[in-house]
Design a protein around this ligand. Structure first.
Ligand SMILES: [Zn+2]
Length: 222
């Protein structure tokens, strides 16, 4: 077992970070200096069958909050605009897209999972042409390290006054004593799961619509 292998305690920590039960986490590709998860890698097909292109998921509440403030300040539109005029940046961003797909494929293979044809060539966060979610780009940058995703690296630099991976502020970032959110097996949730099963066939017909399916938004609002 190496440091990217999710331990049961990691899954409990992520559930507390996100205030909801997590599922289908297959790797912990980035950790705080204290060892707590910063990023979760999710299986490319969820256990309910839905294809899931958002492989890297930023989980640390202080980081997600700081990134949300950047998004609210209009940074995504500014970055998207630069992609149309800065050819060097655009090329690096296309390489980031390719790296995202390659990493997803490695993670899938390492986890012993079947290929997911519905999301072939589909990354996340707006890559390779646009910027639609800075949480996705920051999660990717943390997972693979600097120099791969230029706008993910830039996002981390922009939030460095609030949060960096090198300084642990975990103690004040979420309630460590709260009960761990467990999967809710109430009738309401069972009914929702039946809805997911019905969506599954629709998802296969139109995989790109599943891009970042409220993934980081869930983290913000849960
Ligand atoms: Zn920490």
């Amino acid at each position: 077992m190496n440091s990217t292998t999710p331990r049961p305690s990691d899954l409990d920590t992520i559930s507390l970070q996100l205030s909801r039960p997590v599922r289908d986490v297959v790797e912990i590709p980035a950790r705080c200096v204290c060892g707590n998860p910063l990023v979760a890698a999710t299986a490319p097909r969820l256990s309910n069958g839905i294809p899931f292109p958002t492989t890297f998921y930023l989980t640390h509440p202080a980081a997600t909050a700081a990134v949300s403030r950047l998004e609210a300040a209009g940074v995504m539109a500014e970055m998207s605009q630069r992609l149309t005029t800065d050819e060097q940046l655009a090329e690096a961003y296309r390489h980031a897209h390719e790296n995202y797909l390659a990493e997803r494929e490695r993670i899938r293979s390492d986890a012993g999972l079947d290929p997911v044809w519905e999301i072939e060539g589909v990354s996340a966060g707006g890559m390779p042409e646009r910027v639609k979610c800075l949480h996705v780009l920051a999660g990717h940058a943390l997972a693979v390290g600097p120099g791969i995703n230029p706008l993910g690296d830039e996002t981390l630099e922009l939030i460095a006054s609030s949060w960096t991976p090198d300084t642990c502020i975990c103690a004040s970032s979420w309630d460590h004593e709260a009960p761990v959110p467990q999967r809710d097996l109430s009738r309401h949730v069972r009914r929702a799961n039946q809805g997911f099963a019905r969506q599954q066939s629709a998802a296969r017909a139109d995989a790109p619509q599943q891009d970042a399916p409220a993934s980081q938004a869930d983290a913000e609002t849960a």
